[in-house]
Design a protein around this ligand. Structure first.
Ligand SMILES: [Zn+2]
Length: 431
């Protein structure tokens, strides 16, 4: 549903603007893809569509800083396993059977779930990335897609050529909602030569690199033994940090690794649900943040989470670091919400476009209805969103000025068809 203008009236607005404004009762005006008004009530310009925000909260859409979208097809199929066995016995053999159309329908399933739960942008790394791109374009969501590159894969050369071609095509086609990246899987699956070539290509094409870093203790120990360097030091020395890098996990950075991540402006994607479920450990998020590392939040793939719900992920981030440090003041509700929105956008270097509600930014905003028993009484809207709200409390999702969900109804996707197709394909994959 393409609409020229939207007004959201009489809502509480959590802006995440430079003044950290929270407007108790105010309006937002949207024209085309842009936010044109943020301020007092009854002052938004007249619009073709008006959303009554009374009793609701409006905030920037969630930015999922790390996922493998089409892994929705493997949701709940292999749980409670050690990460290496999980990958080698379950995930990788299943992925060998993936067809292109599987990725498309798995991506569509994930996008439907994300729009429903208020996610307006996601950072992806997966096979058959053209299919994910097709789902992004058709659905209206925003994305930073990358093709996964595994340097030790027999077809690594072919995959790198495809990834370069993909970035070039994305740039030529000029999709406004798409920021392509390169996706070398991790230092332990990519030899030095491959990482250097990826860096050179990223530099030439002016795009970022999405690479898992220091997810497990084993990975760091192996890297020290084989290379004499931590994974963070190794990719720094290969020049990767000379371009923009978004690094999921960083569960086991050393003390000096944290300085390196801060110094080079590396964006970290914190994935508390996946790290907990796979037993990977607890990322030192309060420490990284206090030392200037940009830390956003991601869900990781639905095979290790098992959903794409950023509200839940923000809550996990707020709770996990309290129990880990024994300090209930670390990662406040406001900080957790900022990490799921503004900080994720900063970590992806798309904060000039999205991640806050400010005039001139792209209109990626969501509405959460607080007029419900589990969200009453209303002492503090931020607290309610992080500690009490559910994904189903999101009533409207707007991306690039387009209403993708209104009153709980998706406008661009046929959910019945998506669930049917994805379920049929998932059954074939695991047979
Ligand atoms: Zn991942």
């Amino acid at each position: 549903m393409s609409l020229g203008s939207i007004a959201i009236k009489n809502a509480t607005i959590i802006t995440f603007d430079p003044d950290e404004r929270i407007i108790d009762v105010g309006d937002i005006g949207i024209a085309g893809s842009e936010i044109v008004y943020v301020g007092g009530a009854d002052q938004a310009p007249e619009a073709e569509t008006t959303i009554d925000g009374e009793g609701c909260v409006v905030l920037p859409g969630f930015v999922n800083a790390h996922t493998h979208l089409a892994m929705t097809l493997m949701r709940g199929f292999a749980d409670d396993m050690r990460v290496q066995e999980w990958l080698e016995q379950k995930i990788w053999p299943t992925e060998e059977r993936l067809e292109k159309a599987d990725v498309y329908w798995g991506a569509m399933l994930g996008i439907a779930e994300m729009i429903r739960s208020g996610t307006t942008c996601f950072n992806d790394m997966y096979w058959a990335f053209d299919e994910t791109l097709r789902a992004v374009i058709e659905s209206g969501i925003r994305a930073c897609p990358s093709g996964v590159l595994i340097g030790v894969h027999p077809q690594a050369e072919e995959h790198l050529a495809q990834a370069i071609d993909f970035v070039r095509r994305c740039q030529e086609d000029g999709h406004e909602r798409v920021v392509p990246m390169f996706g070398p899987h991790a230092p332990y699956t990519c030899p030095d030569a491959m990482l250097k070539r990826v860096r050179a290509q990223a530099q030439e094409l002016g795009v970022g690199i999405h690479i898992h870093l220091s997810e497990t203790k084993q990975e760091v120990e192996d890297s020290l033994r084989e290379h004499g360097k931590t994974p963070v030091e190794r990719v720094r020395d290969l020049g990767l940090f000379d371009v923009h890098v978004i690094a999921p996990h960083c569960v086991h950075p050393t003390d000096s690794d944290i300085d390196v991540l801060a110094e080079y402006g590396v964006g970290v994607a914190h994935n508390p649900g996946s790290n907990m479920k796979l037993g990977s450990g607890i990322a030192p998020v309060p420490e990284m943040r206090s030392r200037g590392v940009i830390v956003g939040i991601g869900t990781d793939g639905a095979a290790s989470n098992n959903n794409l719900d950023m509200l839940e992920e923000a809550r996990l981030a707020a709770l996990l670091h309290k129990v880990n440090t024994g300090d209930p003041t670390v990662i406040s509700a406001y900080e957790a919400l900022a990490m799921a929105t503004r900080e994720s956008a900063r970590a992806l270097e798309i904060f000039d476009q999205v991640g806050s509600i400010e005039v001139g930014k792209r209109a990626d905003v969501i509405v959460i209805d607080l007029k419900q028993p589990h969200l009453s009484p209303r002492h503090n809207a931020v607290s309610h969103i992080v500690y009490a709200a559910r994904a189903s409390d999101v009533t409207a999702t707007i991306v690039h000025g387009e209403l993708l969900m209104l009153d709980g109804k998706l406008t661009t996707l046929n959910e019945e068809e998506i669930i049917r197709e994805a379920s049929g394909r998932a059954a074939r994959l695991v047979r």
